[in-house]
Design a protein around this ligand. Structure first.
Ligand code: SF4
Length: 120
């Protein structure tokens, strides 16, 4: 299979084959790409970066992300949990909004500082 490495903007085109249960990756320019290709076959993961609604008109959404990578197959159910949240308190950057989201082991944290915009 072919896929593009997303570990850096260069976007090397990887070719991945499985031979005798071994993952063979070609086309990478650095070892990050080799590891990315192997992980995409064995255990693909992603970081989610998105926004959460707030009750504050002056800051209607706040940016959030997963604090660590989650299994790619869990992205949609994690997004469903994130979309249920409506922030009704003023939080600093790095606040955990959801701990261990969907039992992935990852927290959902704020990536912007609400206290700089809202004075409550
Ligand atoms: S293989 Fe290395 S150089 Fe190529 S896109 Fe991936 S991280 Fe970047």
């Amino acid at each position: 299979m072919n896929l593009t490495c997303i570990e850096c903007p260069k976007g090397c085109l990887l070719t991945i084959e499985i031979q005798d249960s071994e993952v063979i990756v070609e086309g990478y320019d650095c070892l990050r790409g080799k590891r990315f290709g192997e992980k995409e076959v064995k255990n693909p993961t992603r970081t989610i970066a998105t926004t959460v609604k707030t009750i504050y008109p002056e800051l209607p959404v706040v940016s959030v992300r997963t604090a660590s990578e989650i299994p790619k197959e869990d992205i949609f159910k994690v997004m469903e949990e994130i979309n249920k949240v409506i922030i009704d308190k003023v939080y600093p950057i790095g606040t955990v909004l959801i701990s261990n989201v969907c039992r992935t082991g990852a927290d959902i944290i704020t990536t912007s500082d609400m206290t700089r915009i809202i004075n409550k």
